[in-house]
Structures are given as structure tokens and as C-alpha cells.
Write a protein that binds this ligand. Structure first.
Ligand SMILES: NC(=O)CC[C@H](N)C(=O)O
Length: 222
């Protein structure tokens, strides 16, 4: 599987993503700097976590207007797989590729800890290696992870089974509506999630629960 990771000034989980992808897929993703105007020919584009442009204005707001995003939107609309993690999720909502928005955490504090997730939909290209209802460990690290959508959007997202991951009972770290931790677009080729599966892919880091997401992508793009 050929992949690329977009790097912004302020990205910091890009390196974790390169490492996880290389470990699991055997191929290091191509790095694409935010000032580029076209993406390489790949099966998957990853928008990594971090603090793009220092989180100024709103997390992800400036990155969503950076030069490379035009081509990302074009290719996402054409059906390429896109995964946004944490700041990447914020960027994808700001770019209009995913429904809803990420607001300041309900507790108004940066949250950095391990939480439990529940796989809500195992029939997506990002989740076939999970079982529906599977509970798994995953780290979170953010101050703007509080998923919000207006009533009509939320209803549509739920009715279309676009929620791929939820915080398991008692695990919601940020006040997200309906415990939403990860959501995809209607076509099913763009996923955004606040937790960091790339940080739990080897025993050296305390576990491998996050691998299943990358293995799902491998199944589909093989
Ligand atoms: N780890 C991250 O990607 C941080 C995301 C984001 N900038 C926040 O703190 O909300």
C-alpha cells in the first residue's frame, strides 16, 4: 500500500505515523509538505496529529486553507482513502470533508491519557479488522476534541452509520456528543478520529490495539 503523510508547521505526530505505517505495512509513507500543490499517486493520505500553525484561530482552521488541501479535497472527492488523526480530524472538519466540528474539551483542559474505545461500525475500510462492539485501548492527547454537530447533522451521521468509533462507557474524555470519537464521510473513504491508534502499535509502547485500524486499511487496499 502506497501512502503519504501531510506535514504542517506544528505537526508532531507525523513521525509516529511514519513509524507505525512502516512497521505495519512495510513501506514508509511519503512526506508531503503543506506548501505542495499536488499529492503523489498513493492509496492512502494521512493527516497527522499536532498543532498545525500553533492551533491559531481554531485548531485546524489555517491548515484547512493551506495549498495542499485543495488537492486533498479533490482527491478525497474522487474516492482516495484519507485518515485524519487528532489535529488531522480537526483539519478535515475545517476543510468540510467531514461533518461536525471539534470544540474545546468540556473540562477546558488538555487531556492526555489512555481511554477505551468501542468499534461502532466494523464494515468500513478503516475497521474491518475489528468486531462490532469490540472494546480497545487507545491514547488521547488534545484540548479541542469535543465533537459537536447540529441536530440534523448528528441524526444523519447516526442514521448513515458514519460513527466508526465511540468512547466506551465512562471513557468520554472531552464531552463529545453521542460519545463520538471517530466519524467518516458518507462515501466511507474519509475517516477522522481524535484518539491516536498510531501510538499503540507495538509492545514496546505498551500494547498493539491500534494496529487493527492499519491492518483494516491493508486488507482493503491490498
Ligand atoms: N495531539 C494532537 O493532535 C493535538 C490536537 C489539537 N491541536 C488539540 O490539542 O486539540
Amino acid at each position: 500500500m502506497k501512502s503519504a503523510v501531510i506535514v504542517f508547521p506544528g505537526s508532531n505526530r507525523d513521525r509516529d505515523m511514519f513509524h507505525a505505517m512502516e512497521l505495519i505495512t512495510g513501506k514508509r509513507p511519503e512526506a508531503v509538505w503543506h506548501t505542495e500543490t499536488s499529492l503523489p499517486d498513493v492509496d492512502l493520505v494521512i493527516v497527522p496529529g499536532g498543532f498545525s500553525y500553533g492551533d491559531y484561530l481554531r485548531s485546524g482552521a489555517i491548515a484547512a486553507r493551506s495549498p495542499i488541501l485543495k488537492d486533498l479535497v479533490k482527491k478525497a472527492e474522487a474516492g482516495i482513502n484519507v485518515l485524519g488523526v487528532c489535529n488531522g480530524f480537526q483539519i478535515l472538519t475545517e476543510a468540510g470533508l467531514l461533518p461536525g466540528a471539534l470544540m474545546r474539551n468540556a473540562g477546558l483542559k488538555f487531556v492526555c491519557k489512555e481511554i477505551m474505545l468501542e468499534t461502532a461500525n466494523d464494515a468500513t475500510r478503516f475497521s474491518t479488522a475489528f468486531k462490532k462492539g469490540q472494546i480497545w485501548r487507545c491514547p488521547v492527547a488534545h484540548h479541542d476534541g469535543n465533537y459537536f454537530a447540529d441536530d440534523d447533522t448528528l441524526k444523519a451521521v447516526e442514521d448513515n452509520a458514519q460513527v466508526v468509533f465511540r468512547y466506551a462507557q465512562g471513557s468520554n474524555p472531552n464531552g463529545s456528543l453521542n460519545d463520538i470519537a471517530g466519524v467518516m464521510n458518507t462515501k466511507g473513504n474519509v475517516l477522522g478520529m481524535m484518539p491516536h491508534p498510531e501510538n499503540l502499535v507495538e509492545d514496546l509502547n505498551g500494547g498493539t490495539d491500534g494496529r487493527l485500524l492499519f491492518e483494516s486499511l491493508l486488507n482493503k487496499a491490498a
